[in-house]
Design a protein around this ligand. Structure first.
Ligand code: PLP
Length: 362
């Protein structure tokens, strides 16, 4: 039986050659390839600075410190996201204030203002599944209440919102290059994008033991650096990103054409160009459908089966957690179908056939 994976990282001969070239170069950490990758990412995202880090989580951990996040500060976040979205702020003693989702699975901006308290310092929207959150309305609220906005772009590299790339509009954006993401370096990795010189410089120092020059440490930092083999791979992947994202959009269009009316298909809001990190449908018969797909060699996923306001790490630490009806309802119905930058259209049709067969509509 043919197997169709949920996703598959982009690898070609140029990537293999790039890795070999760096292996033979003798230069491995934060040197030429990293510098070039940072510049090329900054150009693609449209910010003055990009700082490569060991991963998204480490990058945002440093970003919060660079921005002075304090214990008991409150940060408004969607609950429906990967757990790492809230993990770094928890380490600084800050409190996630969870918001329900809208019809794009991003945070529902209508609910943000009511969640603001005198302790609120920022909003952390997540461009979930590759769909940009409603940033104009978020910035309006943020400006009015003097809050920062950090964009979680881990699932949305290359997505656009009103002609601008995600990660270029908030005080900072954070990206992940984990193997399943739209832009991967075939390892852990990530970056922070920002137009703010001071934040960029702080993170550059924090990631590398608090130093600018080799033997002068201005404060105690961390080792959360990036590697040249990964940078060389990422540079090739970045040159292919827009093409691969376009293909994801074609896959999504085909799914929509064949599955709308059979299951609930995702929507794209006006002004948003989504990059479909995931293609997430909803059905009341989710678990049975997933089993049927599995029996047909098709891998489907659930992102995410436990909302963050119900995670043990959160319920053990915070009280007065909200009820989030839309998030809690979605968690039992969502199913992620196979999608990646080189998924053959025949495979998309096989997935659609299997879904249609399950619902007896074939
Ligand atoms: C993957 C992901 C992260 C974490 O990225 P890492 O590079 O693995 O630390 C954060 N937020 C979201 C939405 C993600 O999908």
């Amino acid at each position: 039986m043919k197997k169709i994976p949920l996703s598959k990282p982009f690898v070609n001969d140029e990537i293999r050659q790039a890795a070999l070239r760096v292996i033979d170069s003798g230069s491995y950490i934060l040197t030429k390839e990293c510098e070039a990758f940072e510049e090329e990412l900054a150009t693609h995202i449209g910010t003055k600075h990009v700082v490569l880090c060991s991963n998204w989580t480490g990058g945002v951990f440093m970003l919060h410190r660079a921005m002075g996040l304090q214990p008991n500060d409150e940060v408004i976040v969607p609950s429906h996201t990967a757990f790492p979205s809230i993990e770094p702020l928890m380490h600084w003693g800050a409190k996630p204030v969870f918001i329900d989702i809208d019809e794009t699975y991003c945070l529902d901006v209508d609910l943000v203002e009511a969640a603001i308290t005198p302790r609120t310092v920022g909003i952390l929207p997540v461009h979930l599944y590759g769909h940009p959150a409603d940033l104009d309305r978020i910035f309006k609220i943020a400006d009015k209440h003097k809050l920062w906005v950090i964009e979680d772009c881990a699932q949305a590299q290359g997505a656009r919102y009103k002609e601008k790339s995600v990660g270029s509009m908030g005080i900072a954006g954070a990206f992940s290059f984990f193997p399943s993401k739209n832009l991967t370096v075939l390892a852990d990795g990530g970056c922070i994008s920002t137009n703010d010189d001071a934040i960029a410089e702080q993170i550059r120092m924090l990631r590398n033991h608090g130093r600018k020059s080799k033997f002068l440490h201005e404060f105690a930092g961390y080792n959360l650096r990036f590697n040249d083999i990964q940078a060389a791979i990422g540079r090739v992947a970045l040159r292919n990103l827009d093409r691969l994202n376009d293909h994801r959009r074609k896959v999504a269009a085909r799914y929509h054409e064949r599955l709308a009316g059979v299951v609930r298909t995702p929507i794209e809001k006006p002004g948003a160009v989504a990059v479909y990190h995931m293609y997430v449908i909803q059905t009341d018969r989710r678990d049975d459908l997933a089993k049927h797909l599995q029996e047909n060699g098709i891998v489907a996923g659930i992102h995410y089966p436990v909302a963050n306001h119900q995670q043990p790490a959160v319920t053990n630490q915070y009280s007065n957690l909200p009820k989030l009806p839309k998030t809690e309802a979605a968690v039992d119905k969502i199913l992620s179908l196979p999608i990646y930058g080189e998924l053959p259209m025949e495979d998309v049709d096989l997935v659609c056939d299997a879904v249609a067969e399950f619902f007896g509509k074939r």
